[in-house]
Design a binder for this molecule. Structure first.
Ligand SMILES: Nc1ncnc2c1ncn2[C@@H]1O[C@H](COP(=O)(O)OP(=O)(O)O)[C@@H](O)[C@H]1O
Ligand SMILES: [Mg+2]
Length: 272
């Protein structure tokens, strides 16, 4: 007779840990533009560090009158999950000591000086993509460049889909396992084009075959009744979800990375 199979203990997923765990505030993040609290979350013997941004601590924004920053941060995570690229750390909506808010896994950043640089000259060297010229004081300008890195290129596609109005250098967190996460997605999903990013290096270039496949998958998941449409329904307005469908449609139609609409690329300020 064979021994009964051992049932392994059910492991807690990171999203469950974040959503169900006991949240303890450890400190406040200085310089955040809205209330952002560094916390630990504990559930079933597992503990993780996270950031909790209560909705009550959000400053109103005239150009984002609907919804909340917290809901859009979760919506950005849902879209990132639907791409399969895992570019946004696990993010949930939950209750906490200051009420409802977003809770996101804390990523231990491993600064790698290789993502952004200011260089002399008119053209970037191999391995770099031009963003634009930046005033560096004293009447001088330098070329701002970002790495020609496939993780950044995927992030640029995600940002085009979510219409990210604030992709700065400090919102890109490389880890020592070689991953790259994007954070701070409160100003996204506007129905008007607000793409403001540093990642303009591929503007106008054809999308990779991989990106086209991912966009087709998103289009499918976002059709009425699709899995992603259901997930976004509680987070965004129907008009915002529709605008997201249109952005995906436009990307697939052009087959190219979007280009800045003005004379100068729309770059967040400060860029880092
Ligand atoms: N998930 C995270 N992992 C690691 N650091 C984070 C995370 N989220 C935020 N931070 C840190 O906290 C700072 C403030 O958070 P951010 O999301 O930029 O808030 P705000 O919307 O107020 O600008 C970030 O610049 C970053 O240094
Ligand atoms: Mg920020």
């Amino acid at each position: 007779m064979s021994a009964p199979e051992r049932i392994p203990p059910r492991s807690v997923t990171t999203a469950e840990l974040l959503a169900e765990g006991e949240l303890t505030v450890r400190g406040r993040i200085r310089d955040a533009s809205n209330a952002a609290l560094y916390c630990t979350v504990r559930y079933d013997g597992r503990e993780a560090a996270c950031i909790y941004k209560p909705i009550a601590g959000e400053r109103p924004l005239w150009d984002f009158p609907d919804g909340t920053l917290a809901q859009r941060e979760v919506a950005a995570y849902e879209v990132s999950e639907a791409t399969g690229w895992g570019l946004v750390p696990p993010t949930v909506l939950r209750d906490g000591p200051y009420g409802q808010g977003m809770c996101q896994l804390w990523i231990q950043e491993q600064p790698d000086g290789e993502l952004l640089a200011l260089v002399d000259g008119e053209e970037p060297e191999d391995g770099w993509k031009a963003i634009g010229f930046a005033d560096i004081g004293g009447g001088r300008t330098a070329l701002l460049v970002h790495a020609d890195d496939e993780r950044l290129r995927r992030m640029a596609v995600l940002d085009a889909v979510i219409n990210n109005a604030d992709r700065k250098g400090g919102h890109l967190l490389p880890t020592d396992e070689g991953r790259l996460y994007g954070i701070d997605h409160g100003v996204t999903f506007n129905t008007e084009n607000k793409l403001r990013t540093l990642l303009w290096g591929w503007a106008g270039e054809p999308l990779t075959g991989e990106a086209v496949e991912v966009l087709k998958g998103l289009r499918e998941a976002l059709r009425k009744g699709g899995a992603l449409a259901e997930r976004l329904a509680g987070l965004l307005t129907p008009v915002e979800v529709d605008a997201t469908r249109k952005r995906i449609g436009a990307l697939l139609e052009s087959g190219r990375h979007p280009e800045p609409s003005g004379e100068w690329p729309a770059i967040p300020w400060p860029p880092v």
